[in-house]
Each structure stands twice: as C-alpha cells, then as structure tokens.
Write a protein that binds this ligand. Sequence first.
Ligand SMILES: [Fe+2]
Ligand SMILES: [Fe+2]
Length: 474
Amino acid sequence: MAITYDKIPNNIDLASNRKVQKALEAWQPDFKDWWMEMGPEGFQQDEIYLRTAISVDSSGWAHFDYVKMPDYRWGIFLTPPVKNRKIGFGDNAEMDVWEQVPGEYRKELRRMIVTQCDTEPASVEQQRLLGKCAPSLYDMRNLFQVNVEEGRHLWAMVHLLHEYFGKDGRDEADEMLQRRSGNADAPRILEAFNKPVEDWLAFFCFAMFMDRDGKYQLAALAESGFDPLARATKFMLTEEAHHLFVGETGVGRVVARTAQVMAENPDTDPAQLGIVSLDIIQKYINEWYTGSLDLFGGEDSSNAANYFGAGLKGRFQEMNPKRFTEHQAMDECYSLDWMEDGKMVSHEIPMRRAMNLVLRDAYRDDCERAMERWNNSLEKAGLDFRLYLPSQRFNRRIGVYEHQPFNPQGKMLSDKDYKDQYGQWIPTEADLDYVKSLMVQVTEPGHFAGWINPPAKGLNGQDVEFEYVKFVNA
Ligand SMILES: [Fe+2]
Ligand SMILES: [Fe+2]
C-alpha cells in the first residue's frame, strides 16, 4: 500500500485504473482553481510548516516540512483492506463486505457520501479570512493545516464518487466545486456550513464541536459494509484527530487566559482587560454545540434505521466488544421526552430509529470530557464559574425540539421570556463585535495575542517560538 507520487498521490494503484485516473486528472485543475479562489486568502505564496501523509500506517505517516499551500500533496489514501472482512451489523451481518456499490443501496450511499463530502470544502470557505487575524504563527499554521486536510478529505470522498458512481458521481464531484458556503443561489448542503467563521473563538469552537461531529460521522461510516467508504473514512479520522486537538486546546487556552487574568484582576470588567469573558465563552459554546447537535439529524429517524439495517452506517466503535456485543439493535428502545399536545410525554423510539441519538450520545460524552478539562483551569485559578454543555432541547433547528422555547437548562419558557433572554445565552451582535475587536494578527514567532495563552508545547517537537509560517514578503 505504498503511496505513489504521480500527478495525483495515491495508494490505490490509480495508474491501473485509467478511466478513474483520467476523470480525476480532469477534476484536479478545477480543484486547484477552487482552492485559489476559496482557500485561505492572502497566504498562498507563504511557506507553511505542514504535515503531509507519506504512508497510511497508523504510526509515522506524517511528514513535516515547509510547503506553499497550493503545492500541498492532495491525494487519495485508503487504509489497507482487512482480509475477509464481513459486514458487522444489521440485516446483512456476516456477509462479505461490498467492494462495489450494491444496487439496492446506491441512492442511500450516494446521499451519505455527498452530504459528508460537501462539508469538507464548505469549512475551508467558512474559514478563509481567519489567517489575517491569527493570534500567533502557531495558530495560523494550525488553521492552514486544518484547511489543507479538509481539501484532502474532499479528494477522499470525490474519489469514491468518481470510481463507484459513474456519471452521477462525476456530476456530484463537479458540484462540490460549484456550491459556495453562504451563497444564496448555490449554498452548501447543511445549514451550519453556510455561516462564516469570523473570529478565532468561533474557529476553535468550530474545530471543537463541528469537526468532532465529523469525527463521529466518519467513525460510523468507517464501520460501513461498503468497504471503500470504510477504508477512506478510517484514514480521514487519523487526520481529523489534529483538528479536534486544535479546537479543544484552542478553547482551553482562551479559558485559561481569561481565568488567569481575572484571578489577577478580580474587580475589573473583562472588556477593560482585553480578554473574552467567561459569559461570552459560554455563549459561544451554546451556539456551536447546539448547532453541532443538529448535524446528527433527527432523533427519531427512518433514514438512520435504514442505514443501520442495511449495514451502511454503524454506531461509534460498533465492533468494539466493550461497547457493543449485539449488532442487530432490534429488541431495545430509546426513551426520550418531548412535547406532545402541550405537555412533555415520554416516547419509546425503536433502537434502530434512534441511531442518530446513540451516535450523538457518544459525541456528547466526548464533549463533556473536554468541558471538565476547561473547568479544571477555572478551578485552579480559584474561580467559581463553571462552563457547561446546554440541554439537547435548547436552540434546535431540526428534530423533536425544533424551534421550541427551551432554555439551556431544558426548561420550557413562554415565547416572550425566551425571546427576551435569548441574548443571555447566544452571542449578541455586541458580543461578536467585542470578540472581533480583539482579533489582531500576531506574526512575531513565539508571541501571542493577549486574549489567549500560548500552547503547552510546540508541534512535532518544535519550540513554541518556532517560525511556523515564513512570509515571502517579510
Ligand atoms: Fe474533514
Ligand atoms: Fe476536520
């Protein structure tokens, strides 16, 4: 499974599949055009200290060097096939995995791949202006690393469309480069991927919550009976881990900075100190966490049941016996309360129909772990304030709690009270303007903007003071 550095780097012996190779070579210039138009604005000629995949082994695949972003080796990397792999769950359990798209599930697979694929270029578009106000070279480099890898994830999914979905797949691949985040006529597919990410706290929350949703979606697809999808998403997960690190430690460094400055200046308004108040941080968490819950889909979902039943999308770590010993999910139900005829009623969702929720619960536990870490730094600073994850009922735009006036504690309010208090929970224009006012670009190696702490250590064994970005015109 060595990587060949042809025109399109790959470990799938692309050269032996002339048809797909030609189709992807035809798509490549359009991708490059898209990158120059919609990738990070203003830094395409600079030298960025980036990691590139040089093998697909779980250890040691990453190679670090200075690279100009447009020269990044975007390519197609699949984890090696597992011999005699069987479908692990659902009605087709124990059957051989599919090497080609099974005709009866073509529509579902195409939809799943297209929806996942579309988020990859969308996030690059959402984040394209952030380099201009990066709080340090270290952070700027992390942003660009995330961006180039989302570009590679686009490649990973587009390869599946090209190789396995014929003409439809090629059309879908073209459309990936035509839709634009936030464009009224041709928006990205999921709503959350259409709003710009305009400040770095939003970026860290995005990488913490939205990329983490991505991790759970990819992990569920890595269980798929459609083997090329499972192998593609498995390798994407190894790259994704760094994005989650950037998000979690990014928010954590903001929290720690605020805690430290507040502990030193207990009676001063945070806005006078040039830091982000804990209230505003909590509002950002509320907004991005609830937005990420929507990405899991409806709580009671026939699509989710079909995907699981067919063996297309499993649970998080489906084949880990510590998590699941039973792979049919036919007998149990998931109990959930929601409003019916003006009162809260307990509902029993058949487990297969509740698969979005099951995946979301694993995600929520992961987020809770991060909250504990962040709260540790508040405790250490001697502050009483604690950050929290809002209720799954709050601020939802899809599912059984859609557009209902629940507060972050999950209590239903009158419409009026809800509207009046909304600005206490979700960032107001004034909050957003304040955070934006803190965003100044810091380009001195080892220096950091005043609202964020330096990281505990640098990347790849380098110092924090390392020159992670070299500007050509500096
Ligand atoms: Fe991604
Ligand atoms: Fe990501």
